[in-house]
Design a protein around this ligand. Sequence first.
Ligand code: GLY
Length: 428
Amino acid sequence: MKYFIIISLFSFFISSVSNAQSTEEKFVKNCFDFALIQNNMMMKEIVPSDNAFPRTMKKDGSLYCTDIYEWTSGFYPGILWYLSEYSGDASLQDSALKWTEKLEPLKTNTSTHDIGFMMYCSYGNAYRITKNEKFKQLLVQSADALATRFNPKTGVIKSWDGFTSWHDGKKYYFPVIIDNMMNLELLFFASKVTGNPVYKNIAIAHATTTMKNHIRKDYSSFHVILYDTVSGKPIKGETAQGYADNSTWSRGESWGIYGFTMVYRETGDAQFLKTACGMADYFLNNKMLPSDKIPYWDFNANMVGYVPGNKSNAWNVPVDYRDASAAAITASALFELSTYCDKEKSKKYLDAAKEILHALSSPVYRAKEGTNADFILMHSTGSIPHNSEIDVPLVYADYYYIEALHRYQLLLSGKKLFDDSQHPINKK
Ligand code: GLY
């Protein structure tokens, strides 16, 4: 009898664990299937052309697309790669290829740091999935273009060629934004496939300098650091898309969590892991984080002690809009970060990633079928200071949401997120 009870309890335990898992697997499948439905509708609106890169929704509810030169052009091809990988649909892979190949002229574009986003989300996924040598060469060329923006004196890659302060209209010529951490993945890739360490050395220098100057003691972050190219030193921190210079713009914090997690993956250097965890804890423990874990657009918006620049539109927006894009980026990053930490932190980050994914997939953030200009997520914020893209769908929110689903699916099936044997942390 005693044995019968023990065996029954054991089988009950095993079956509830596997049921719980299959519930989550069904959840991921449901989310991916919905993404496919929305995307099928979006694809009826556009054909691959130089001006057909989905970005957001116009005021009249229709789809707004950009040309290839906007920083967001790589996300839609990236979405198509993830969806074709999930579905195994050859026609979707064909579309992914067509949209990706439109971006080829960018491979020599030295005018923006965003070449990392543009090329690695598109061609990076293309190479990951197809292993086509042509894509590899193209990514290395793109890394060469990005590397031209590195200045050894400042120790960082220049983000924009100029930045105009919200305070007084003064112009600065070596601004670096926290977002730039994301572009380093392209450089690490180039070193791995060529064996030339020059790319990864630039990436490590950039991450190290960013850690010193962008990240505050409490692991909050400046959006922009303005550098003096003569002394090589930071002049000061300001904001472009956040509420105030001393505030923490939510998507900036998300780029940092994701970026430092990736740099830890590529270097195995514990200081980057500490920074990624510090930033993740700042985000998750923040008393301003709503209970559904989808952040307001800035952790300090409309708070005493934080003052926007005179010319910023942030003065005119008393509403604390959410930013689903910051949440999606954070969820994707936390799935990865959870695989590098001790048991307690790993559980904290994994649970948070799941909670964010469930919240984003609820009717509060996930659009109804056939609405939202066929994007998946509602309620993202582009830039309140610029009075641009407020409370709308954004293609990068959908991209990182789908990437988070992809990562969660891998973890649920017991697979590694990154199989590459050249990643230092996989060698340990
Ligand atoms: N990288 C630009 C943005 O996050 O809005």
